[in-house]
Design a protein around this ligand. Sequence first.
Ligand SMILES: [Zn+2]
Length: 411
Amino acid sequence: MIIRARVVVTMDGPPIEDGAVAVSDDRITEVGKFSEISARHSAQEIVDLGEQVLLPGLFNAHCHLDYTCLRGKIPRQKSFTDWIRAINAEKAKLSPDDYVRSIDEGFAEAKRFGTTTIANLSAFPELILRIESPIRTWWFAELIDVRDPSRAREIVDLAVAQLKGAEYWGLAPHAPFTASANLYRHCEEIARRQNILLTTHLAESREEMSMFRDASGPLYDFLKEIGRDMSDCSNETPLHRFSEILRDSSTSVGMTEGGMVVHLNELTEGDFDLLKRSATKFQIVHCPRSHEYFGHEVFQFHKLRELGFNICLGTDSLASNDDLSLFAEMRAFQKEFPDVSAEELLKMVTVNGARALRQENASGKIRASFSADLIAVPCAGSTSAFEEVIGFDQPVSWSMIGGQTQTNPSP
Ligand SMILES: [Zn+2]
C-alpha cells in the first residue's frame, strides 16, 4: 500500500512535500516523494490523504488509564496531600468493572487523539487479561507497599505473574514515599534479569521535598499517620534519597540504565550536581498539564536537556488533567517554553518517547523497516508542518497501527 499526503513529517530529516509512505504488512518499506515511490511501486494500492500532514503515531510516556473515569471529579486542592486524600476517597467508590470500563474508555480516547503507543501504569494488573488494548501498550504494574512493607517481594512477584499475559510490560514502584527501598531493589533485580522497563514518580511536589529534606509538612504528617516508617526523612532531597535506595545495585543515580523517571519538578542545586556526576542517564517524563493543575515549581527543562537527558511527554491521569491529547500537552509545553521549536516539541512525543521505551530502532520515525504506526492531521495553511501538527485540536480522523488502518468512532 502507498499512502500519499501533502506533507510527510518523518522526524528523520526535513518534511517531504507531496510525500508518500510505502507499507507492507506491519512495516514501512519506503518513504520519499510521491512521484518516485509511485513509479517504483506501480501495482500498489494508493491511499491519497489529500491536504494532510502524515506523521509518526504519538507516544504517551506516562498515564494511568485506571482513572479516566475521574475526569472533572477532583477540583484543584490546596495541597498535593489533599489531592491524594481526594483521589483515595474517589477510588473507594470504584469496582473492578468500573476500572475495566475506565481503562477501555481511556484507550479509545488516547487513540482518537493520535496516540499509537502508551506507557500505562495500572494499580490492577489482574485486570489486564480483561482488556484488549487498541494501541501499543506498555503495561506497568504500579506498586505500593506503604501499609505493609514486609510484603514488598510478595507484592512485586504477584504483579509480575499477572503482567506476563501482556506483550510489553514493566514495573512501576510508585514513589519513594509509598514504595519501600526493598520494593525498589526487588523491582530493579527483576528488571536486570528479565530486561524489562522500570518507571517511577520522583520529586513531584514541594511536599515530597519537605517530607524527605525537612521531615515535616502535610505529606510527612499524612504518611506518618498511616504508619509509614519515617526514618528515611532527614536532610536528603527526594533525588538523593532515591539514589541511596539503589546505590547497591548501580553506580549511577537510580534505576537500571534507561528507567523512566516521571516529574522531577523539585530539584535543588545539589540534585543537579548529583545528576551531572551520574555516569548513566535515566529517561525523564514531563506531564505539562498535570504540572499546571498542581501548580508545581517550574520544570527545569533547559538544565536537564543540557545535561543530556532524553525528555518526553505524558498526560498523567484524568484525575489531574482534562483529556488524553498529546497535542494539548505540546501546546501547554509551548506556552511555558515558547523558545523551544515546534520540531523539538514534536520529537518529545515521537522520537524521544520511542527511545524511552527502547523502541528507537523500531518506531517513532517514518523510516524503512520501522513499524507502520502513522497518523494524519489536516493542513490548516500554516507555513510550518510542525506548527500545523501542534495546533491541531480535533480527534485524528485517519491513523494506522502496525499496518492496519484504524477507524476512530466518535465518543
Ligand atoms: Zn503518574
